[in-house]
Design a protein around this ligand. Sequence first.
Ligand code: NAP
Ligand code: MG
Length: 515
Amino acid sequence: MTMVDYRNEPFTDFKQEHNRQAMLTALERVRAQLGRTCPLKINGQEIATDRRSASINPGQLKQVIGYVAQADANLAHQAIAAADAAFRDWQHVDPEVRAGYLFKAAAIIRRRKFEFSAWLVYEVGKNWAEADADVAEAIDFLEFYGREMIRLAGPQPLTPLPGEDNRLTYIPLGVGVVIPPWNFPFAIMAGMTCAALVAGNTVVLKPASTSPIIAARFVELMEEAGLPAGVLNFVPGSGSEIGDLLVDHPRTRFVSFTGSRDVGLRINERIARPAAGQIWMKRLIAEMGGKDGIVVDNSADPAEAADAIVASAFGFQGQKCSAGSRAIIHQDIYEEVLGHIIEKTKQLTVGLPEENYPIGPVIDENAYNKIREYMAIGLSEGRLVAGGEIAEGDGYYLQPTVFADVMPEARIMLEEIFGPVLAVCKADDFKQAIDIFNNTEYGLTGSVFSRNREHLEYARRHMHCGNLYFNRKCTGALVGVHPFGGFNMSGTDSKAGGRDYLLLFTQAKLVSEKW
Ligand code: NAP
Ligand code: MG
């Protein structure tokens, strides 16, 4: 196979008229396809169910994106059985051939990029640039993991011993249950699934209930790329209803989960208990929540820092695990940075994703209510300086909200809100700012703005988070460039889009032959 070196997929510049037109055309085409029903897919067979669930546009509540069949216990078990049967052959398929399916799928996505972006705009309320970045990241994961598998399949270094031929190979684990979140419903869902597949595992994919349609499009796409039946099975359904069943099943070999802390901990506990007939210890790869933040030193450029704080806090309405929901600012420049933050936040307009407003809706009613509760808590924990209200529209719209003068121990400084709410906190000095940053149970992303080399080096050693950035925002990790994943309650310390990631989906086998 001829293969160019891995490079990140470029983002689309929507200021260029031809791109803008292409996006408008894609939105129109996809609009004509809304409202269809997506079946389950088990062993290559489409399965319709009596029960269906509607996926709606969070920015236009009357618009149904599609209906999706719902797996029950019986169908969930059938999916595991199908994946188990398909594993017998798939595990022995040449790694380069397995990678080929990912490369082909990436090529198809690249050709239909605007169409996939349009689905994201409608289904989860991303604006155009956020949707485009999600699609680009999906392409990146496929291209990156394909190449990584080919690398892992090559000869592995061992210390030579005269008279023996020793070889180490990375073999797959078995059936993986893949449970992605809705916030990067294309990139993370496709990345988790394809990492498992390319390593030789078979998959039962349970999409998030608020983003099943984009997942169904992906499953069709993998079929178009020629993936054999049973290798990827699709079982939409409620996590609280079928999640435990999938996780507990004795033929489940591993669970790859991205989502909230509570669900991650629940899965961690359940996989520890062997089911009757189970002959392995299950593995969990979990990427969970964050309470990320930006530290601003007194040597920083106030306007630059404020730009990054606002972008990190409010991109996709703050619904990123990497969202910078805390700003911790040195007292010397606190007022100046805060002034810029308020000004920039007030410039953000809220409205329909299709019309490409910078701020769209939050994902659903639960999120909407939960975020409003935190806005109320914020009123007692800080000084409201921007937003704080619901916003106009037939959807879950909230104003981007900033609370100033928040104390380090406040709930809005410690708990993941997962919405457009920023807490701003004043620090006496740089070291105290780092202590405040570290004072959460999470450890996903963080940034420091400083022009002081000693302070940057201090932060490099002492800020405890998986992705630490200097003088830039704390969102927007790129596959291959910024391997992504956090510490502590942010997950199992894995790094998606990094060179260690596929190892999590394999086990090493050593064969030694006496010559
Ligand atoms: P969530 O509520 O935990 O849901 C995640 C997935 O788990 C969904 O598919 C959900 O299905 C499923 N699920 C729910 N209950 C389950 C159970 N008992 N057993 C098995 N699966 C179950 O999280 P979310 O609201 O979708 O996503 C937001 C969270 O994800 C935030 O905490 C965010 O920080 C985190 N996140 C982390 C990363 C990272 O890389 N660290 C990346 C993105 C997001 P249903 O939809 O059917 O409930
Ligand atoms: Mg949820």
